[in-house]
Design a protein around this ligand. Structure first.
Ligand SMILES: *Cc1c(COP(=O)(O)O)cnc(C)c1O
Length: 389
């Protein structure tokens, strides 16, 4: 490996997660794999073909740039849907390439119609309804104008779905708000159908709702974080486990989601340091005895946050060892004094499992004060992604 670190994606873990999710939603609900933000740090170019091998045939992204990357890396003819940003030339590209996108204002709908005519094709759209998130959904007045345009241009605009986004299904504090949103969504769907519209796929659920609000699944779910093996929150995990898993405590609390990602590096150098010496920049770490210090070529440039100075942990030879001193731009130091026979080149796991030890993304993100989501998507795009069995 030329790179100072790399990210492994486990095919067996992803396969299990997809199987688990499909089992939850049943055969009549479509699974859309959400791969925005560089597939939550997993790397679009590596993740998309891998997901296709595991049975995924529909991908959701936030922006047209991401859609282009999915388009170029898919190996099958998987569907692509843009839920957010797609303007001007990007919209023209999407229409031309049969990529579906959300409609949440009339300007975009009119542009889509214009491009579909120009390219002599049909624009594939999903109408985003306002149900209470108050971010980008369309309200009634807009909606009826949109319906008029759609009805007038059946050969240019294909309504493939109607959708909404829920305002925090991962926390029970939002329970009432979520139920109200689902009510509002169903009501609006009914009204659209009463206008004679074929509304296509109804979809509202992301990971948390998919796993804890079965009534939100409807015709399709848009699953991001769970397919990568992470729970949106601990609350969602506990709620799911208490409702669905029975048997011995081991069975009951076993995690049905498997982490797909492991971030690895290696020991770059080893040295003995005498007692009373400072390690690294400044005086934040002083040896109390003779210690062995390993240098690992990972720093805040690579996403190992400086706030983990003297706090972070990594795995070497199956043991959890401590980061000592300040995290540098390209390097960090680890106290390996207690390890039996550390060698230059030994594997260092920053996130993931090694032998029987594990550093979870949540411990990594807790330590650095980030959401799971945020810690994942901050993994730099430059780190090579490789698939392992
Ligand atoms: C990000 C996103 C999702 C996926 O959310 P997860 O909590 O990661 O499953 C679903 N739908 C939309 C519109 C999103 O932006």
């Amino acid at each position: 490996m030329i790179s100072s670190s790399y990210i492994e994606l486990s095919k067996s873990a992803l396969r299990k997660n997809i199987r688990f999710l499909k089992h939850q939603i049943g055969p009549d609900v479509k699974l859309s794999s959400v791969v925005k933000a560089n597939a939550y740090g997993h790397g679009i170019e590596t993740f998309v073909p891998l997901a296709e091998q595991c049975g995924v045939d529909h991908f959701s992204v936030f922006s047209a740039e991401e859609a282009v990357r999915v388009y170029d890396s898919r190996k099958k003819n998987s569907d692509i849907m843009i839920t957010g940003c797609v303007d001007n030339e990007a919209l023209e590209w999407a229409v031309e390439h049969g990529v579906a996108f959300y409609i949440f204002n009339l300007e975009r709908l009119k542009d889509a119609l214009r491009f579909a005519k120009k390219m002599d094709t049909v624009a594939r759209i999903h109408l985003e309804l306002e149900t209470g998130l108050n971010r980008t959904g369309m309200t009634n007045a807009l909606l009826s104008q949109a319906v008029e345009i759609i009805n007038k241009n059946p050969d240019r605009i294909r309504l493939e779905g109607v959708c909404t986004h829920l305002a925090g299904a991962e926390s029970i504090a939002n329970y009432k708000r979520i139920l109200d949103q689902l009510d509002s969504f169903r009501e609006q769907c009914r009204e659209l159908q009463e206008l004679g519209l074929d509304i296509g796929l109804r979809h509202t659920a992301a990971s948390a709702a998919t796993l804890t609000y079965p009534q939100s699944r409807m015709d399709m779910v848009r699953v991001g974080i769970a397919q990568y093996g992470f729970w949106p929150t601990n609350e969602t995990k506990m709620q799911f486990i208490l409702e669905h898993q029975k048997g011995s405590p081991e069975k009951r609390f076993s995690d049905p989601l498997k982490r797909v990602l492991t971030w690895k590096s290696h020991i770059m150098n080893l040295k003995k340091v005498q007692p009373g010496e400072f390690v690294g920049y400044g005086t934040s770490y002083q040896t109390m005895k003779r210690q062995t210090v390993a240098a690992v070529p990972i720093g805040y440039f690579h996403g190992f946050r400086r706030s983990l100075s003297n706090l972070g942990r990594v795995l070497i030879n199956g043991h959890r060892v401590s980061v000592i001193g300040n995290v540098n731009m390209n390097m960090l130091m680890v106290n390996v004094t207690e390890l039996k026979n550390p060698q230059v080149g030994d594997e260092v796991v920053i996130i993931g499992k090694q032998q029987r030890s594990q550093i979870t993304i949540s411990s990594f993100s807790d330590m650095s004060n980030l959401l799971n989501y945020e810690a994942l998507v901050r993994l730099p795009q430059e780190i090579p992604r490789v698939v392992v069995a």
